[in-house]
Design a protein around this ligand. Structure first.
Ligand SMILES: C[S@@+](CC[C@H](N)C(=O)[O-])C[C@H]1O[C@@H](n2cnc3c(N)ncnc32)[C@H](O)[C@@H]1O
Length: 216
């Protein structure tokens, strides 16, 4: 995934990322799925969001998300800066530049919220890195394409830096069955699942996993 990493580190601009995610209808779909997953958590729950991007999803969430305590991480400082500007003053959060494939995270959390990141990294390695933060639950959103093929970025008119990214990136979809199988090996069972249709013959799949053993 070296080319994909370079694409994220050097090519995609924050404006294009946000515009693209809106163009392809994934921001609102994911916000609704995350609202469902976060419902019922107590105030103060510590939520780790690796590969958080610019935090755009939070503009569209309706739940009591602002009562939680966040750690947002990403490869990109300028993406994290946008999160800092977005968060209302009352929200508790920390920011960390971190590589989810080779994390230096030294904190623990209650929940890890991983949205459209596994497609861009060595996902089995990333899961193990994320689990070092000892979450009791993992809330994961992945992309499913209804058409055959595993390309993440659709053939549509793309914003300039997204078009450049698509030329170099080798991001690949993760199958839900493979993800569930891997998470079971890591001691987590799927406890809730939902899917939302988005344009370009795709769906957003949300799976909530709960730890059933202490094994890593
Ligand atoms: C498709 S975007 C999703 C952003 C955000 N989770 C969302 O749903 O709006 C993928 C994000 O993963 C980040 N990313 C890619 N590779 C990464 C890595 N190795 N470590 C940490 N973040 C990474 C990118 O910088 C980008 O912000």
């Amino acid at each position: 995934m070296a080319d994909t990493r370079v694409g994220w580190q050097e090519i995609v601009t924050p404006d294009d990322l946000e515009g693209h995610m809106l163009d392809i209808g994934q921001v609102k779909a994911n916000a609704a799925l995350i609202d469902q997953m976060l419902a019922g958590l107590r105030a103060g729950t510590r939520i780790y969001v690796p590969g958080a991007g610019t935090g755009q999803i939070f503009d569209y969430m309706k739940s009591k998300w602002s009562s939680f305590d966040y750690i947002f991480s990403d490869l990109r400082l300028d993406f994290l800066d946008r999160i800092a500007r977005r968060m209302p003053a009352k929200v508790k959060f920390r920011l960390a530049i971190d590589d989810v494939e080779d994390s230096t995270a030294s904190f623990t959390c209650d929940i890890a919220l991983v949205v459209l990141v596994l497609e861009h990294v060595e996902w089995k390695k990333a899961l193990r890195e994320i689990l070092k933060t000892r979450p009791r639950e993992m809330m994961i959103v992945i992309q499913r394409n209804h058409e055959v093929g595993t390309r993440v970025v659709a053939k549509r008119k793309l914003r300039p830096s997204i078009a450049e990214f698509a030329k170099v990136a080798t991001a690949e979809l993760v199958e839900a069955t493979d993800l569930i199988g891997e998470m079971k090996k890591l001691g987590f069972q799927p406890t809730w699942q939902a899917e939302r249709e988005v344009p370009d013959s795709k769906a957003m799949q949300a799976i909530r996993f709960t730890r059933v053993t202490a094994k890593l």
